[in-house]
Design a protein around this ligand. Structure first.
Ligand SMILES: *[C@@H]1O[C@H](CO)[C@@H](O)[C@H](O)[C@H]1NC(C)=O
Ligand SMILES: *[C@@H]1O[C@H](CO)[C@@H](O)[C@H](O)[C@H]1NC(C)=O
Length: 224
């Protein structure tokens, strides 16, 4: 019986660990596969444009040469995304980028990327980068003010945020080991889901009154 249990445990760990052995996007089987964004995405990525119509321009992008207006929303930050939807050339290559611009005091609110590790370079300003470990770490909070030219890494799936602590505008460029890292904003997920999470669930989970939950929900209907 004991042997049986051990074998069962081993089997289960193999099944559970199997996805970890391929923790990033799958390897490509060709030099490149420029996404045909008009095609229907399949399980892993977009169909390829015929190589004859996939010219040099697909391997280059000027999109993040300039940034968005950080004052156009209440966060005081603006993400210019450069994943496969904006840059078809990265399809199947397992990489993508973003540029984020911050007004003084602006934040990229706490969020996770479910499908990618992030590496970032602050291009100007002073940005507080905070990363919160999983329960394994006792929810440890790791943080540093990262300045122009300095870098940081956010392990896949961990909650993190950036906050412009400087007096001037700040910006950073980040890269991901996925063509489609995905983003789950904590405030928007809890208080702005559609349809909403039932208030009694959040009352119990957050240990506050319904009025507090409703107030928070009112701040995030419509996406902010
Ligand atoms: C980001 O800035 C652009 C203008 O540069 C604006 O059109 C867009 O709505 C902004 N995005 C957000 C989320 O504020
Ligand atoms: C906050 O700002 C980001 C841009 O940094 C934007 O994409 C997002 O929609 C805004 N809202 C939330 C809840 O994050």
């Amino acid at each position: 019986m004991e042997h049986f249990n051990k074998a069962l445990t081993a089997l289960f760990s193999m099944v559970l660990l199997a996805p970890l052995l391929m923790a990033t996007d799958p390897d490509p089987l060709q030099d490149f596969c420029v996404a045909d964004l008009r095609g229907t995405p399949s399980v892993n990525g977009h169909p390829c444009l015929p190589p004859s119509s996939a010219g040099d321009e697909f391997l280059f992008s000027t999109r993040i040469a300039s940034g968005g207006d950080p004052l156009a929303n209440p966060n005081g930050s603006n993400v210019t995304e450069l994943d496969v939807s904006e840059w078809p050339g990265v399809n199947t290559l397992g990489v993508s980028m973003n540029r984020v611009d911050f007004a003084p005091g602006g934040t990229n609110p706490p969020h996770i990327h479910p499908r990618a590790t992030e590496v970032g370079l602050v291009t100007h300003g002073e940005i507080l980068v905070g990363i919160i470990g999983s329960l394994d770490s006792g929810n440890r909070y790791y943080s540093k003010v990262v300045r122009a030219g300095e870098t940081f890494v956010v392990p896949r799936g961990l909650m993190h945020f950036q906050f412009n602590v400087g007096k001037e505008a700040a910006a950073m460029v980040v890269s991901f080991n996925s063509q489609n890292p995905g983003i789950v904003f904590a405030p928007l997920t809890l208080f702005g889901s559609s349809p909403p999470i039932p208030t009694p669930v959040l009352v119990k989970a957050l240990r506050v009154d319904a009025e507090v939950v409703d107030l928070l929900k009112s701040k995030f209907t419509g996406g902010y």
